[in-house]
Design a protein around this ligand. Structure first.
Ligand code: CP
Length: 324
């Protein structure tokens, strides 16, 4: 069997299950395309007809607010049709396999599957079994990968900082269990960020062979000193066998981002968080809502990035001569 590739035989991107294997140019192209969909607050959202005649199925087996809503909006704003299957009410609950669910929807002429799954490997497995014209997009896979989140984080940094090379970016909190951290690290590494710091207690740090280009710090004050960008992460209690942290209050005291700590970063620092936030655990409310926060910009950029991804995959398919 051929090794799995997200690219087709002509080198065009067909699936997006991970940022691994994408070139820096491909990442840049997503940011540039997404930026064309960004509108000022209050302005009418960008629309196009690229997905006319295209059906996108959104299959989520883990909870989601931002990713799911933004993929659905992206599909609608590009003129496509959505199927939003509630997996808890689907025939998966009666023992149907994931592939049988996919084949069933494929038989109804679904063109793109957007999949969030708690099991590692599901997106690639499905991508290896669908028909040639069908694309798979990860909406978050286990602790491993959340490619569109990595892209939207990069887009947000680009908008506020104008580039990547001279930046210090601190990723703080539960990095070990975070698919966001892994994908954002990949995006920022490809874009040439000057210094990426992983800032976490030892039990929440990833294994040494992961994200090995980043600096590792076990103290938040040192970790965010002179940072241009701080990305705070939620503690992923749902992915822990046993709780790796003390109480929420104790964690906030030692690791939470508050106004006092924020003064250690550069004066123009931006504060990011992929959401959902646990206010008073990893981030103080007055920081989350404060003047340095770009958390809602990240949310808006999520729609633009997902429009860019869907549009790219469908255009690539048309270039291959596949229907519609
Ligand atoms: N950032 C993110 O994936 O949020 P949701 O879980 O709400 O989709």
């Amino acid at each position: 069997m051929m090794p799995f590739s997200q690219h087709d035989a002509t080198g065009r991107l067909r699936h997006l299950t991970t940022l691994d294997g994408l070139s820096a140019d491909e990442v840049h192209q997503f940011l540039e395309r997404a930026q064309r969909f960004v509108r000022a607050t209050g302005a009418a959202p960008a629309r196009s007809h690229t997905l006319d005649g295209v059906t996108v199925a959104h299959l989520f087996t883990e909870p989601s607010t931002r990713t799911r809503a933004s993929f659905e909006l992206a599909t609608a704003r590009l003129g496509g049709t959505s199927i939003n299957l509630d997996i808890s009410l689907s025939s998966r609950q009666k023992g149907e396999t994931v592939l049988d669910t996919i084949y069933t929807l494929q038989a109804m002429a679904v063109d793109v599957f957007v999949i969030r799954d708690r099991e590692p490997g599901v997106c690639q497995y499905v991508a290896e079994h669908v028909q040639d014209h069908v694309s798979i997009v990860s909406a978050g896979e286990a602790h491993l990968s959340h490619p569109t989140q990595g892209l939207l984080d990069a887009l947000t940094i680009w908008q506020f900082k104008g580039g990547f090379r001279d930046l210090v970016v601190s990723i703080v909190g539960d990095i070990r269990h975070s698919r966001v951290a892994r994908s954002t690290y990949l995006a920022l590494s490809k874009l040439g960020v000057g210094e990426i710091r992983l800032v976490a207690p030892a039990e929440l740090m990833p294994d040494p062979d992961e994200m090995h280009q980043a600096k590792r710090l076990h103290d938040i004050d040192a970790g965010i000193a002179h940072a241009d960008v701080i990305i705070m992460l939620r503690i992923q209690k749902e992915r822990m066998q046993s709780l790796a942290i003390p109480s929420d209050d104790a964690y906030f005291a030692q690791w939470g981002l508050n106004q006092q700590r924020l003064k250690l970063a550069r004066p123009e620092v931006i504060v990011m968080h992929p959401g959902p936030m646990n206010r008073g655990v990893e981030i103080a409310s007055d920081v989350a809502d404060g003047k340095h926060s770009v958390i809602r910009n990240q949310v808006s950029n999520g729609v633009a990035i997902r429009m860019a991804v869907l549009e790219t995959l469908i255009e690539n398919r048309l270039d291959r001569g596949s229907r519609p």
